[in-house]
Each structure stands twice: as C-alpha cells, then as structure tokens.
Design a protein around this ligand. Structure first.
Ligand code: NAP
Length: 287
C-alpha cells in the first residue's frame, strides 16, 4: 500500500485527503488548526504533530494551502516540511501560488536531495469531493509518475506541463478568466435588474445562448437564491487575480479587464465578503 502525506485540510485539502484515505492509501495528515484532522482520523489517517513529521514519515507529501504566504510558512517555517526533506523524498504543492514561490520551494527541496512537483487544481469543492479535479502538474517527472496513483484518485484529468512554473501559470490564467467572467456576470445581473428585468429571465436568456456555461448556470442559480455558501472563498479568487495581474506585469502583458476585476474583488473583500463564496461578489456589485 502506497504511503502519502497530506498537509492543509481546508475546503479542498480535506476532501482530497479523504479521497486518498478512502482509496485505501496509508495517509498521514497535518493541519494548522488541528480540529480539522478529526474527520480524516475517522477514516483511518494518522495525525502528525508538524509538517516535518509528515514529510519524514511519507515518501510523498501533498500540500494544499491558502496562498503563497501559507505555502512558504509550511515549507520554510519552524518544523516545516523542508526540515523533513531527505534524499528522494517527494513534495507536491497543490496550492494556487505564483511561479516565483513555486520555484523557490522547488529549489529548496531539490537542494536537500528531495524532488518537487507543483500541481495546482482546477475545480472547486464538489469536484474535490468527487475526485474529479483537473490537475496541472509540472516539475520532477519521476515524482509525477510515482504520485500518479494518488493524483488519479483526486482528479479526472491529470496533465503534466513540463518545468516548474508552468502549472502555476496555467492555473493563474484559468482563474483570471474565471474571475473576470464572474465580475461581468454580476454586473449584467445587477444592471438588468435595475432596468426592471427579471433576474431569472436574464439567467435563462444567458443560458440559452452561446455564452451558456456551467459556472454561470450553477452560480447564477445560487445567486438567485441568495445562497453564498462557500465553495471557493472570495478572498482566494482575489488572491488569484492579484497574482495574475502581477504575472502580467512581469510578462509586460497588459491586463485591463483582470486589473479591474481585481479591484472589484478587493472591494468585496473590504465589505466583508472574503470568507463567502466568490459569487458573493454580486452583493458588492449590486451595492
Ligand atoms: P481554505 O479552505 O481557506 O484552506 C486553506 C488551508 O491553508 C487550511 O488548511 C489552512 O489552515 C491553511 N493555512 C492557511 N494559512 C496557513 C499558514 N500560515 N500556515 C499553515 N497553514 C495555513 O482554502 P481552499 O479553498 O481549501 O483552497 C486551498 C488552495 O486551493 C488555495 O490556494 C486556493 O486558491 C486553491 N483552490 C481552491 C479552490 C476552491 O474552490 N476552494 C479551487 C481550486 C483551487 P487552517 O485550517 O488552520 O486555517
């Protein structure tokens, strides 16, 4: 039975680690807030005291953390993952971070004789629960192959994109498009309603034409009910837009719409919607 570590049991990590435990792998977990380990323990997972202990105890460890600061804290912090890295150990960071942070972690891990893979994911809470994420892996090829049995339990599509940074950049491009779509979608709904149109009519018309897509369908229905139960936290969407705009700066690629969408999400966060689903942007746009 293959042995895997899992660090970071938030909305995504918890569902992903559960899929590994349910698949029969020998799983060891750690989370900053220890209470979140209980459901994994009930599925037979071992609980470690620190990231270092997870990495020392498992040939391959996955991490699914909030943002670049969290990924760095877990890797480089006291009793961090890096202190447990030894010859041949694998560290797979699945958090959405920028390519710079990913490369920094990769260099530190490989300098200690370890192997590194970045593997951010596309898909939200439900695909994480169902094991149907799209996984954007890049980095050490041998680690990718050894991690594949676990990646296949977490995702329906696993891509290998080459060198470290390609997975991170791909993820930021995809989420930048998603954030921009959500922003203009909310503005369309708000404008239509102020002009006296019925919200469900607007949703129906959008869904009937060439702009129809699963995100508008799902989130439109939830916005209509006023249900902003978190699947993808709004604060993380803003983080992804911030990182994408920064990538645009580095690449000298103007990002007019993404920069504005970032400002809209920043405002929504300031209004207190950061912990709600990113569709709560509608409340900020509606005013
Ligand atoms: P989440 O529910 O906010 O979980 C974040 C995790 O990071 C928690 O385990 C949290 O620990 C941990 N963490 C935060 N700061 C930390 C620190 N300084 N030190 C150690 N641990 C820290 O987020 P999520 O929705 O699972 O997302 C995780 C990552 O996946 C993010 O990068 C996000 O952008 C990406 N992602 C999310 C979705 C989605 O739909 N939710 C989809 C695709 C990708 P605590 O429990 O102690 O707070």
């Amino acid at each position: 039975m293959q042995k895997f570590g899992f660090i970071g049991l938030g909305i995504m990590g918890s569902a992903m680690a559960k899929n590994l435990a349910r698949a029969g792998f020998d799983v060891t977990v750690w989370n900053r807030t220890p209470e979140k380990c209980a459901e994994l323990a009930a599925l037979g997972a071992k609980i470690a005291k620190a990231p270092r202990d997870v990495v020392q105890g498992c040939p391959i460890t996955f991490a699914m953390l909030a943002d670049p600061a969290a990924a760095e804290a877990v890797c480089f912090g006291p009793d961090g993952a890096l202190t447990g890295i030894g010859e041949g150990r694998g560290y797979v960071d699945m958090s959405t971070v920028d390519a710079g942070i990913s490369r920094r972690i990769a260099e530190a891990v490989t300098a200690k004789g370890g192997r590194f893979l970045e593997a951010p994911v596309s898909g939200s809470r439900k695909p994480a629960e169902d094991g149907t994420l799209i996984i954007l892996a890049a980095g050490d090829r041998s680690l990718y192959e050894e991690a594949t049995p676990a990646l296949e339990k977490m995702g329906k599509k696993v891509l290998y994109l080459g060198e470290v940074g390609n997975g991170a950049n791909m993820k930021l491009v995809v989420n930048m498009v998603m954030g921009g779509m959500m922003s203009i979608f909310c503005e369309g709904l708000a404008l239509g309603e102020k002009a006296g149109l019925d919200r469900s009519d607007i949703l129906e018309v959008i869904d009937a034409g060439a702009m129809a897509n699963p995100m508008f369908r799902l989130k439109g229905g939830l916005i209509d009910k006023g249900d902003y139960t978190v699947a993808f936290p709004l604060k993380h969407m803003q983080k992804d837009l911030r990182l994408a705009v920064n990538l645009g700066d580095n690449m000298k690629q103007p990002l007019y719409s993404a920069a504005i969408a970032n400002e809209v999400f920043k405002k929504a966060k300031e209004l207190g919607f950061g912990e709600e689903d990113f569709s709560a942007l509608f409340k900020a746009v509606q005013g």
